[in-house]
Design a protein around this ligand. Sequence first.
Ligand SMILES: C[S@@+](CC[C@H](N)C(=O)[O-])C[C@H]1O[C@@H](n2cnc3c(N)ncnc32)[C@H](O)[C@@H]1O
Length: 484
Amino acid sequence: VTSGPPPESCKVYTPLELAAAMIRALGDDPEGIWLEPSHGQGAFVRAIAALSVPKSRIVAVDLDPTPAAADRLATTLRGTDFLSWASKTNRRFARIVGNPPYVSLSRLNGESRRIAASVSGPSGVPIGLGANTWYAFVLMALRVLERGGSLAFVLPSAAEYADYSADIRSTIGQRFESVHLFRCRRPLFPDVQEGTMVAIARGYGRGPCKPQRKTFDTAERLIEAMTGQGIGSPGSCLSGSKLNKDAQRLGDLAQIRLGGVTGDAKFFLMTEARRKAERLPLRAVTPVLTRARHLRSGVLTAAHWEELRRNEERVWLFNPSDAALRTESVARRLQLLEEDGGCRRDAFKIASRSPWYRTPLPAAPHGFLSGMGMAGPWIAFNAVPRLNATNTLYVITFQPFVEPADRFKIALALLTSEARHRLRQVARRYADGLLKYEPGALSDIGLPQMRQEADWQAIYENAVSLLLAGKHRRSRETADAYVV
Ligand SMILES: C[S@@+](CC[C@H](N)C(=O)[O-])C[C@H]1O[C@@H](n2cnc3c(N)ncnc32)[C@H](O)[C@@H]1O
């Protein structure tokens, strides 16, 4: 197919909040497949994945061959013209969502243009070159939507008045159980004028219904209303609302792993005094946290780590860069025999890696946790470049679709009574009464849904300081106050 690249003007990406609200409004159908026909950089796919929908139940298509990080959250078909693909596929989808391109068909080239213009409208007549790509997308989406399925699209205001789409305006209500049009007086995107409406249609083939229209002054209001109560039929949104209420797993939002395994802590970990005594340059060491007691606040800053260093905690990992190997002190240290303070090089972990002196570390962790401790697990966010941890601690890395501000929200959700209750159920109990939380068990913890709030970081830091001061109940209450 000689479909050229998509025009630049159609690459407008949907704000995550809007995409997430649309996805939540549709809700998941645990047996159905989701389709995003113009995936772009994946705002919608991220929001779908956030509902714990696995990759195997999401198909994402885009003409643009350039990969995006969110591609791996779906079965992604890049370099694929949706209109052509949809006209050939036998697959049917339970949920179709997206923000299609708004390009006039007369501006498309070659094969894309021919295929788009020949898409049939509701009356069976091809829509022709006077129409727009978004319209061809909506019509094609209807062809691959399964009975009972739902769709949600961001559309231009033209959808409300353009002559070429008159047919669908008059017939859409006949086909669906409910149709809601959410219009906004201002553009829904920061720098595009046209995207002003969200259309949500549920229960395909179960019509007729009377389309409902609502107009809002701002995108925020529109988003609120879309996710609020009373939209659409209870039947079709039941599973979605249940999923919203009943928790996302922490493991769907972030990865929790052990910190680096040195294999010989005595050789690899050191205090500042020892580093200085051995004259090891900074490029031979990596700053690390090695103890639960090193986690002292909701956000671990350079000042905190400096204090650990001054207090002669073991905060350096011997981990020489290639350039450091030429330094005499480093070269000497690598040659030491075990009995002279050298490394236990035959230890399994060490012998099996190459080069033996490099401890594999998790890449740039967003935060640290301890699996032990009276207070129960909580996240100490990492504000120190290059700071890492060894395996007495866990490291957490949030998924790319989690916005930085939302990381604090998720961390706060872990401090709520609901999450604490679940945590106690999965803890391993030791004879001395100590509780231990494994990374897998932590990942499985369901988190309650939290309200919208501006300053998650400040709220989170406060809840952690209460926790660390032993005021466990007040910490939980602080977090509980933000549960939806
Ligand atoms: C308005 S952007 C929306 C991207 C994404 N859905 C979002 O909301 O962030 C439109 C996308 O459609 C893609 N596109 C344009 N023509 C297409 C076609 N014929 N088939 C599939 N994708 C197409 C573009 O590459 C672009 O990524």
